[in-house]
Design a protein around this ligand. Structure first.
Ligand code: F6P
Length: 359
């Protein structure tokens, strides 16, 4: 048996722990393991395919990033190719990828990625490839699994930032607006905001009214709390408005989101007259060592993925359905993006403890 592992999409803390667990579990069964570099680029002649041994994965479980590297521009069905005139066109290179995998004697692939990589895995399975998926994203927006590794680490990083902002905001009687990642899902903002006792949390699932946000800040002022912490998900938008994007993406890439916090900070300063500062936490949320929770979840996913290969669960992905790791059809997980349910107890508790969602 010869399997290959690939990591695709944005990196998330815990990828190396999945790779390590999968490599060791496979080698301990007497299988051979290859690592496809940079998403599927290694199978398209644009990067390498390397042999992974026990030595290759020694001492990596606690490291952020991925030893296989990754890309969010490598969809083989829409591969961006630079034309002579400098423009780009997208071509379907899936046939070439399947042929190259065959040439390398790859029997099955473990594809670790977010919704984009998982939908590519599903399409490749439909064309006859044998793939099992492992969900990965700091955004926690993949359905069918209670959570994905990387999310807990991102929340911890955001929480640390909120704790630090509290002390400086209070010292200066300022409003501090912190923007966190999450694309169209508000989980990082909600969880870090509630755990960090923010005063306002703005998420894409609950469009906000800036006047309501300012009312909350003014009410705190009147009660002697002269500072406020506002945690904003990058995908948050005002009622009747649109999400903020950061200019054009590179060919093959999803639209880049972000930048919403600066406008919100300006509006708060104008309406409340309070000194306001904003901060985009950005890729700090993706870097660094995975938390213990993420390391364990990633390791469990890696082991379960090898068992799924053994059981020939092609087109399935690993999912945490506590207390077990199960395998579910990728299409079920991707049917809809997982987003914050505004009636969820986490939102309710946030409201009941005085946090405003600006609605
Ligand atoms: O999906 C993970 C994520 O970190 C999002 O939260 C964020 O919008 C995006 O990736 C950033 O992508 P990039 O690394 O391409 O800027």
């Amino acid at each position: 048996m010869r399997i290959a592992i690939s990591t695709g999409g944005g990196d998330a803390p815990g990828l190396n722990a999945v790779i390590r667990a999968a490599v060791l579990s496979a080698i301990n069964r007497g299988w051979e393991v290859l690592g496809i570099k940079r998403g599927y680029a290694g199978l398209l002649g644009e990067d390498e395919v390397v042999i992974l041994t026990k030595d290759s994965v020694r001492g990596i479980a606690h490291l952020g990033g991925t030893i296989l590297r990754t890309t969010n521009r490598g969809n083989p069905f829409h591969y961006p190719i630079r034309r002579d005139d400098g423009g780009y066109e997208e071509i379907d290179r899936s046939g070439e990828l399947i042929e190259n995998a065959k040439q390398l004697g790859i029997d099955a692939i473990i594809s670790i990625g977010g919704d984009g990589s998982l939908s590519i895995a599903k399409r490749l399975c439909d064309k006859g490839m044998k793939i099992v998926g492992v969900p990965k994203t700091i955004d926690n927006d993949v359905g069918g699994t209670i959570t994905t590794f990387g999310f807990d680490t991102a929340v911890s990083t955001a929480l640390d930032a909120i704790d630090r902002l509290h002390t400086t905001a209070e010292s200066h009687d300022r409003v501090l607006v912190l923007e966190v990642m999450g694309r169209d899902a508000g989980f990082i903002a909600l969880h870090s905001g509630l755990a960090g006792t923010a005063d306002v949390i703005l998420i894409p699932e609950i469009p906000y009214d800036i006047h309501k946000v300012c009312e909350k800040i003014a009410e705190r002022d009147r009660s002697g709390r002269h500072f406020s912490i506002v945690v904003v998900a990058e995908g948050a938008f005002p009622k009747g408005g649109a999400t903020s994007t950061l200019g054009p993406s590179l060919p093959g890439q999803a639209r880049r989101m972000g930048g919403v916090c600066e406008g919100i900070a300006q509006q708060i300063a104008e309406i409340t007259g309070k000194e306001t500062r904003s901060l985009v936490l950005g890729h700090l949320q993706r870097g660094g060592s995975p938390t213990g929770y993420d390391r364990l979840l990633a390791t469990r996913f890696g082991g379960a993925a090898v068992r799924a290969v053994e059981d020939e669960k092609w087109g399935h992905m690993m999912a945490l359905q506590s207390p077990h790791i199960v395998s579910i059809p990728i299409e079920d997980a991707l049917r809809e993006l997982k987003r914050v349910d505004p009636s969820h107890d986490v939102v309710q508790t946030a409201r009941e403890t005085g946090i405003s969602f600006g609605d």
